[in-house]
Structure formats: C-alpha cells, structure tokens
Design a protein around this ligand. Structure first.
Ligand code: 3Y8
Ligand code: NAP
Length: 243
C-alpha cells in the first residue's frame, strides 16, 4: 500500500488530493507556508520547508514515504530540483504532476521573455498601466521600473509595497475571464505581465487580454532536470498502481 507525499500548492495538486483521499490511499499534503491560510485539504497537511534536498530525503525516510508526486507550480523550480535529488538519494519513485505551457492563440499579442529579470528589462520606457499578475515574491525586482502604474493581484494583504504607483487586489484564483476582463477595463490596463503557469487556474487574464486586444509579456518557465512528468490525476493513479 503506497504512502504518498504530495508536494502541493496548485489546482492539480488539490484534484489529486481529493482522488487519493476518495480511494483511501495513505498520503500527506505539503505546503511551503507561503500564504496566511492555505486551502484546507482532505488529507493530513504539513506546512513549511523540509530544509533542502537533504531535509526532504530525511523526511521521506522518517515518514516511510513510498512515492513522491511533485504537483508544485512550474515556477517552484527549487522545490522540484530538491525533489529530484531527494528521491534519487532515498531511492523512492518520483513523478511530477504538471501542466502543459500555454501557447499563443489566434488574436494573442505575446512577447516571450525567459525569466523575471528579462521581464523587468522589457518594462523599460514610458509609463503604462500594467497588470502585474505574478504574485508577491518577486515584486521588488520590478521596483527597477517604478514609472508604471501597476495593478497587483496578491493572495494576502501586503505589509508594504516596493512600487510607488500601485493598486492592490487581494484575491486567490482560480479566476474567470469575465472577472479579469472587468478588472482590467476598470484599471485601464495596457499590458499584462504573466508567468507561463499553464493549467486553468490563472489563464483567465490571458483570455481577457485577447478579448480586449491587449499585449501580454509572457515569462517562460524555468528549465528543470529530466523527471517523469504526468499530465493528469488519472495518469498519477495509474503510476501508483491505483487506477
Ligand atoms: C501557497 C495555496 C486552487 C489552487 C489555487 C494554480 C492556480 C489559483 C493562479 C494571477 C496569478 C500566482 C500565485 C497563482 C495561482 C492557483 C492555485 C495559483 C498565481 C495558492 C496557494 C499558495 C500559493 C502561493 C502563491 C505564490 C504566488 C503564486 C499567486 C492555496 C493560492 C501569482 C503564480 O504571497 C505570496 O507569497 C504568494 C506566493 C507562490 C507567486 C509569487 O511569486 O508570489 N502562488 N498560491 C502554496 C504553499 O504555501 O505551498 O491556498 O491554495 C495556490 C494557487 N495559486 O485550486 O485553489 O494551480 O496555479 N498563485 C502565477 O501563476 O503567476 C496568480 O493573479 O493571475
Ligand atoms: P520554490 O522557490 O521552488 O521553493 C523554495 C523553497 O520553499 C523550497 O526549497 C522548499 O524549502 C520550500 N517549498 C516550496 N514548495 C514547498 C512545498 N509544497 N512543501 C514544502 N516546502 C516547499 O517554491 P515557490 O515558488 O516559493 O512555491 C512555493 C509554493 O507555492 C509551492 O507549493 C508551489 O506549488 C506554490 N505555488 C507557487 C507558484 C509560483 O509562482 N512560484 C504559483 C502557485 C503556487 P526547503 O528547501 O527548506 O525544503
């Protein structure tokens, strides 16, 4: 009988947690502890870092974990790298539950940049009204371009902001196109900045941008070392031998 560790924090991780719980498979769901009140889960939850790859390997051994599913966000690159190292050293099978990158469709006006630093550079120039929908953790990078009027969407109310000209919407996804369209029209958005998260939980702003004829600055996801990558809960259950 498997004893599964789910590295969570995404819509897909939550769907997996429900399926695993429904089947009575022993599992624990792990959050980093990034937000004040993470979504409750139908599984036992642990919150906080493990202490690097070594700490994760120790956790796997001490908790007699038999399988690890890395269902973290494509930009949670450090966690994913640690999972690969820790599962290698503790000889426990690892699979990633991930989602295809978004690709531009007819009517999209995307400019791709390789990472957050390149996105900051691409924002040089005259002031614009920018919907900076990349969360909180990298906001200080964008302080290099203070000239814009930013619309920020954050999961928790921020203590202070590193941007002089910004308004904050406190909301957690999944979001809808209608709401994102209304939000962007109300703000007078001229440019949307987005991570290429993939999945359904954050794509509303891209559909709204297309509908409004707005350009998108699309930040490509970090490159990860090779690992087993699955694209659905069903594939994970098969991988666990629990279809
Ligand atoms: C703590 C756990 C669900 C899962 C919800 C998904 C979808 C909605 C869209 C926008 C983009 C952003 C952000 C986003 C989305 C889902 C999913 C997703 C983007 C929660 C959650 C945790 C986090 C952490 C948080 C980051 C931030 C990123 C906000 C839970 C709600 C911008 C990523 O304040 C902070 O420190 C926030 C940190 C990492 C990125 C950043 O750099 O700030 N996610 N998000 C997880 C943990 O502690 O382990 O409470 O549910 C989960 C979700 N956020 O169905 O309910 O699956 O991707 N999360 C991005 O894509 O750019 C918002 O606003 O359009
Ligand atoms: P990260 O930069 O890859 O990870 C940094 C460190 O945070 C990791 O080394 C680990 O600490 C800890 N950590 C990350 N995810 C963890 C988890 N699920 N359980 C336990 N510890 C975790 O990660 P991040 O980008 O900050 O993402 C943190 C969480 O937010 C993840 O659950 C991710 O799925 C979720 N999330 C992130 C984004 C995003 O845009 N980055 C978007 C949506 C959701 P130790 O080294 O001490 O073990």
């Amino acid at each position: 009988m498997p004893n599964l560790l789910i590295l969570g924090g995404t819509t897909e991780a939550n769907a997996l947690a429900r399926a695993v719980s429904d089947r009575g498979i022993e599992a624990v769901y792990s959050y980093a502890g990034r937000v004040d009140s993470p979504r409750p889960q139908p599984l036992p939850v642990r919150v906080g870092g493990f202490g690097g790859a070594e700490g994760l390997a120790a956790y796997i051994r001490e908790s007699h974990i038999t399988h690890v599913v890395d269902a973290t966000h494509p930009f949670a690159a450090q966690m994913s790298r640690n999972a690969i190292d820790a599962c290698q050293s503790s000889e426990v099978p690892l699979a990633a539950l991930t989602r295809e990158a978004w690709t531009a469709q007819q009517g999209d006006a995307w400019q791709h940049v390789p990472d957050i630093t390149a996105a900051v550079s691409a924002l040089s120039g005259t002031p614009r009204r920018v919907f900076l929908a990349v969360g909180r953790m990298h906001l200080s990078d964008f302080a290099a371009q203070p000239q814009h009027h930013y619309l920020l969407r954050l999961v928790d109310d921020p203590e202070e902001l590193p941007l002089p000209n910004a308004e904050v919407v406190v909301a957690r996804g999944p979001f809808t196109e209608a709401d994102d369209r209304a939000l962007m029209q109300h703000h007078g958005t001229q440019l949307v900045v987005s991570k290429n998260a993939g999945g359904s939980g954050a794509r509303a702003k891209l559909d709204a941008a297309r509908a409004l004829g707005l350009p998108v600055l699309m930040i490509d996801r970090p490159i990860l070392p090779p690992r087993t990558e699955l694209l659905s809960v069903a594939q994970v259950l098969d991988w666990l031998g629990h279809p």
